[in-house]
Design a protein. Sequence first.
Length: 108
Amino acid sequence: MERFAALYESAAQVRRFGRIARFDYLSMMGKLGLMDVEPDGLHLVGASGPQYGARLLLAGHFRGQPRNLEIERRLAPLRDRLGIGYDVFEDALCNWQKSPTSFVAFRG
């Protein structure tokens, strides 16, 4: 898990590789078995969609409190209970915040 965080930080040096590119690239490398790595958290700093979804879920609105570290701490038990990886959880939060009051099937 610590390996993901270290690689995530070092990937910031790649030109035009933002938060989502780093997160998704490393997640996919792990899923494909090309690297022994999996997300160790949501990495919400610099995020928009997943951060909005998390705040909406926890506070009922997009902006303000709680802060990123508090979001991750409070959502960890839910993620554990659901038995999903942080990559799936991050995608779910991002997609849900786009239409929180009605179901819209995600097709990839």
